[in-house]
Design a protein around this ligand. Structure first.
Ligand code: LLP
Length: 437
């Protein structure tokens, strides 16, 4: 089993209270307050090792972490130590990675509408690869690179005509996607690069077929399409592309009904397709986000008010919700939770965990069986490492939670809790509105 197949961090233990990384979660809630994001270093390093082991026989593999899942300086440091590169999509992510001391050659800059300012920054910091998404960007990147007397090493982002969702996937000739060149546009962009865009150096192709993927067949098909395209490009344009980025997307187990494949099964599908179709084995980039960071993260909440509505349904409100985890309200995402301080309660009741934000749709978990909750109980929601903090907002002007890293019975803060002053720190009052005391 690899870590992405586990709902809980691998160090989770039931002692007096629930513990992760040897740290009592009720204690952590007391020390750092709630809501609190907790990241288990052992699970994170474990999944990094699973990826490295799974692909160890494939010599030309480059592991990139998709920063969009969770981008903080300490997390970047761990991934850097584990030998990962970084897939970034904004100046903010590039800046975080740069400030964390990463060799910028290991960084790829992705995105469908990179701004001039972002491209300038990326060139200045020397990011290793640009994934060029469209005609406009190719022209802009070439222009900025030539102004700076630099050459940008690029991959072309293509839409391979595969759409892969959790439980099924489709292959379509034509893909309706805002990302990338479709297969019919590749010849035109390559001709432009050859004839006009002298400051772009084309190294390979890039695709990403979806997220929270449970089927490895779609990776197999993706690799086949990319390889066939690479050999067609060689024949037609005389350009040898030696790199191929297959994106991210491996799923995780939010609830017992989710059954994602292990990293080694994914690696088998990729390498099998590679050996079947490729005459010369290219360098593969793989850029997972969710499967790397999600299982190592949990969020702690404190139970507060509760109510029973006519018909008997019981709501218990927690002190966070859609601002720290927008996934249930955005995608109807399901989560698993446990009460940290009531491990030995045999009795359970069905409750709906509601968030504290002013929207009826702010429900964290619908109809979950938990021991009867009282105000002050600490609830641990599992698998919140990815796309929780990274998509968090200050809705209702609520401070974003802190994040701690746990390991070997020790906890370190890696993001401070926002303060009320942080919330107004960017506010300005025009002179004419200022109150004269
Ligand atoms: N590479 C590219 C080009 C991507 O667009 C993405 C994710 C990844 C890699 C990483 O995919 P992962 O391994 O994390 O599935 N907010 C959504 C997920 C959006 C994913 C966007 N792209 C969620 O919370 O489910």
């Amino acid at each position: 089993m690899s870590e992405n197949q586990s709902i809980k961090p691998i160090t989770t233990e039931e002692r007096n209270n629930l513990t992760i990384g040897g740290c009592d979660l009720a204690e952590l809630a007391k020390i750092y307050g709630t809501p609190l994001y907790v990241i288990d270093e052992a699970t994170l390093r474990g999944i990094c090792k699973s990826y490295k082991t799974a692909f160890k026989d494939y010599k030309n593999i480059k592991m990139m972490y998709a920063c969009k899942a969770l981008c903080t300086s300490a997390i970047i440091r761990i991934l850097d130590e584990e030998g990962f590169g970084f897939d970034t999509v904004s100046a903010g992510e590039i800046y975080t990675v740069y400030k964390s001391g990463v060799d910028m050659k290991k960084v790829l800059f992705n995105g469908n509408n990179k701004s001039k300012k972002e491209i300038e920054l990326a060139l200045e910091y020397g990011v290793g690869r640009f994934s060029v998404d469209n005609f406009y960007e190719a022209c802009l990147l070439n222009e900025i690179a030539s102004e700076k007397n630099k050459t940008a090493e690029i991959l072309l982002r293509i839409t391979p005509g595969i759409e892969c969702h959790t439980h099924n996937y489709i292959k379509t000739g034509q893909t309706d996607s805002k990302f990338g060149f479709d297969l019919t546009q590749i010849d035109e962009i390559i001709s432009l690069i050859k004839s006009e865009y002298k400051n772009l150096h084309l190294k390979g192709l890039h695709a990403h077929i979806g997220s929270q993927i449970f089927e490895t067949q779609c990776y197999y098909d993706e690799v086949e399409i990319l390889i066939k395209e690479i050999s067609r490009i060689k024949k037609q344009h005389g350009i040898e592309l030696k790199e191929m980025n297959i994106g991210g997307g491996l799923g995780v187990r939010y609830t017992t009904t989710d059954n994602p494949p292990s990293v080694s099964i994914l690696a088998e599908a990729v390498t099998e397709a590679m050996h079947k179709y490729a005459l010369e084995i290219p360098t593969i980039y793989i850029e997972p986000g969710r499967s790397i960071i999600s299982p190592s993260g949990v969020t702690l909440y404190k139970a507060g008010s509760s109510k029973i509505v006519p018909g008997g349904k019981k709501y218990v409100a927690v002190d966070g919700g859609m601002a720290d985890n927008p996934r249930p309200s955005m995608y109807q995402a399901k989560y698993t939770a446990q009460v940290v301080n009531k491990l030995n309660h045999s009795q359970t009741e069905t409750v709906t965990l509601a968030g504290r934000f002013c929207e009826s749709g702010d429900i964290l978990i619908e109809n979950i069986e938990l021991p009867p909750l009282e105000a002050g109980d600490i609830i641990c929601v599992f698998n919140t490492g990815a796309y929780n903090y990274s998509m968090a907002s200050n809705y209702n002007r609520v401070e974003k939670p802190a994040m701690v890293l746990v390991n070997n019975s020790h906890s370190d803060i890696i993001i401070y809790r926002e303060t009320l002053d942080d919330l107004i720190s960017k506010d300005c009052i025009p002179d004419r509105l200022k109150k004269n005391d």
